[in-house]
Design a protein around this ligand. Structure first.
Ligand SMILES: Cc1cc2nc3c(=O)[nH]c(=O)nc-3n(C[C@H](O)[C@H](O)[C@H](O)COP(=O)(O)OP(=O)(O)OC[C@H]3O[C@@H](n4cnc5c(N)ncnc54)[C@H](O)[C@@H]3O)c2cc1C
Length: 538
């Protein structure tokens, strides 16, 4: 009908039919010569396809619904998802996005991070259960009796949503439920009670205020024993085939992350198995949180790239005032600046992945990985909302409507900063880690020094001074973490980016005071070359 009044012109073609792996030079460099490259290419094709993007849109527009009872009145506590959600879950689990860290013969964390990065270019709601399943393996290994029968199912590259005991399923997923109404950051406030039966079994009574992916096959959770807060394993189905009492009270009506169900649950006489030492539940679960925080760093780097992809695509096709948007020097400045941010985030995420890979055999990398994870999580999450907003603006009005993936990305942007430790809590954790291990700060300084850039070294000396005084360290923690993150990113840009990109990053992030994106003090030719480096291969 449009034809009757006007011709549709100057609208970009759909951003589909590209390869999200091969069109991303930073990700290709991160994968290097690892065996994951062919799998990444295949997943990159899928992520860039129109079919996958439609599934992502549908899974978010048709939100999950809670079914507490079946038609005959039996309590079932199931969540119904749109077929698009199941299709995405089947693809992610089938591709080993949850498992590769534990199954690859070498460099498992880096290899899996390549796949997880790609997945987050496409859809973040399904990334939540994928992350929890990945991180839960670390927890299973602290409970060998449980791990024996569960680990093979969790590491199977298969998605099986049927509500059956894990032994009858092709694959199993894991979740975690810690947050209660009276406290999320302060888990010492947990009220859920664990009682021991005459037969020596554990039963839980209490609630969890947030429990994402409640259809997972098992959860790590916290409950109180006389010894203190303890970690437990709660399967949804019991070995005899019956369902473990696990009452889903409501699904949260969330700002974003809509394809993923996040719920409020209650335990009533719920069978549970202890994991780790009684009374040491928070310390036990921190291990899982450390891995989910690492995943957040990878996810946010990827979401920045996803936002940049949309902005680049639009600006490369849309014309205003007689030329393509990308040809306008001021737009080139914005795009170049967003590209610097996404590149530095990607380098940081993969430096961290390499440290996770080397941690087993290298004490220094182990320390570095411990200290750098909260620092990177803090800073990238803080930058993500700004990146999403700016990328949305590059697209103009089309960016603000739901048909654009930018709207979804924008609503998703603050979430990674909230869960798995909100900014202040992350800063305090980082301070504790640095105080416990003065070696870590030295290793971070050495990491920065690898760039051979004295001004970066001086920044780290400033941080050491900032943190040396316990009276001011807490209030100044955000400043310290921001400086460390930026300095490490700058060092990585110098070592792995090109000279102009590294110069621009250091000038704008460390020498200049922070401004809006698009205020790089560079000539148009340099801006164009920075944009060119990030440009998508079509
Ligand atoms: C969509 C979604 C899904 C979630 N899924 C899960 C899940 O599956 N399982 C689960 O267990 N939880 C889940 N959560 C909960 C999430 O982990 C918590 O919301 C988060 O840990 C913060 O806890 P809180 O909400 O109780 O906030 P609070 O603990 O009340 O914190 C509020 C603010 O105070 C700050 N703060 C706290 N302590 C200090 C301090 N000492 N100094 C300075 N500032 C401080 C925090 O940084 C935060 O900014 C989910 C949350 C969301 C939004």
């Amino acid at each position: 009908m449009n034809d009757a009044t006007h011709e549709v012109t100057n609208q970009p073609p759909p951003h589909a039919g590209y390869n999200a792996f091969t069109s991303n030079p930073w990700l290709v460099a991160a994968a290097g010569d690892l065996a994951v490259a062919p799998a990444a290419k295949a997943l990159g094709d899928y992520v860039g396809s129109a079919e996958a993007q439609e599934l992502a849109r549908d899974a978010n527009r048709h939100e999950p619904a809670l079914r507490t009872h079946d038609r005959y009145g039996h309590r079932i506590d199931e969540v119904e998802f749109h077929p698009a959600y199941h299709a995405l879950m089947a693809k992610a689990y089938g591709a080993g996005v949850h498992s590769l860290a534990w199954t690859a013969p070498r460099d498992g964390f880096t290899s899996r991070a390549v796949l997880f990065y790609l997945w987050n270019v496409l859809e973040q709601g399904t990334a939540c259960p994928v992350t929890m399943t990945f991180a839960g393996v670390q927890m299973l290994r602290q409970a060998p009796d449980i791990a024996r029968s569960w680990e093979p199912k969790v590491l199977a590259n298969a998605y099986d949503p049927r509500p059956l005991p894990h032994t009858a399923k092709r694959g199993a997923t894991l979740g975690m439920a810690m947050t209660e109404k009276q406290g999320g950051s302060d888990l010492r406030q947990v009220q859920t009670r664990a009682d021991v039966t005459a037969a020596g079994e554990y039963r839980l009574t209490g609630h969890k205020w947030f429990c994402s992916a409640p259809m997972s096959d098992a959860f790590f959770t916290l409950a109180r024993l006389p010894e203190g807060v303890t970690c437990f394993f709660v399967p949804r189905s019991l070995p005899d085939g019956t369902r473990n009492p696990f009452f889903i009270q409501r699904l949260k009506d969330k700002c974003g992350n809509r394809s993923n169900a996040s719920s409020e649950i209650e335990y009533r006489d719920t069978a549970a198995w202890p994991v780790g030492e009684p009374g040491r539940g928070i310390a036990t679960l921190i291990n899982m949180a450390h891995h989910t925080r690492f995943d957040i760093v990878v996810a946010v780097a990827s979401m920045m790239r996803a936002a940049l992809n949309q902005a680049l695509h639009h600006a490369s096709h849309r014309e205003a005032f007689g030329k393509k948007l990308v040809e306008h020097p001021l737009m080139a400045n914005v795009l170049a600046d967003l590209a610097l941010e996404a590149e530095a985030a990607t380098l940081l995420a993969f430096r961290l992945a390499a440290a996770f890979d080397s941690a087993k055999n290298d004490a220094g990398e182990r320390e570095l990985q411990r200290a750098l994870t909260p620092i990177a999580k803090y800073w990238l999450c803080k930058r993500m909302t700004a990146v999403a907003t700016e990328a949305m603006e590059c697209i103009g009005g089309n960016g603000y409507v739901e048909e654009s993936p930018l709207a979804r990305l924008f609503r998703e942007a603050p979430l990674n900063g909230i869960w798995e430790g909100s900014a202040n809590v992350i800063c305090l954790d980082a301070l504790r880690a640095l105080a416990k291990s003065p070696e870590a700060l030295k290793l971070l300084t050495e990491e920065v020094a690898k760039a051979g850039e004295p001004r970066l070294h001086q920044r780290m000396a400033g941080v050491r001074k900032m943190l040396a005084d316990p009276a001011t360290a807490e209030a100044g923690a955000r400043r310290a973490l921001e400086t460390i993150a930026l300095t490490v990113q700058a060092s990585l840009m110098r070592r792995y980016g090109d000279a102009a990109a590294a110069d621009a990053f250091i000038e704008s992030r460390l020498e200049d005071s922070v401004r809006a994106f698009g205020a790089l003090p560079l000539e148009t030719a340099t801006l164009n070359s920075l944009v060119g480096r990030a440009r998508l291969a079509t």
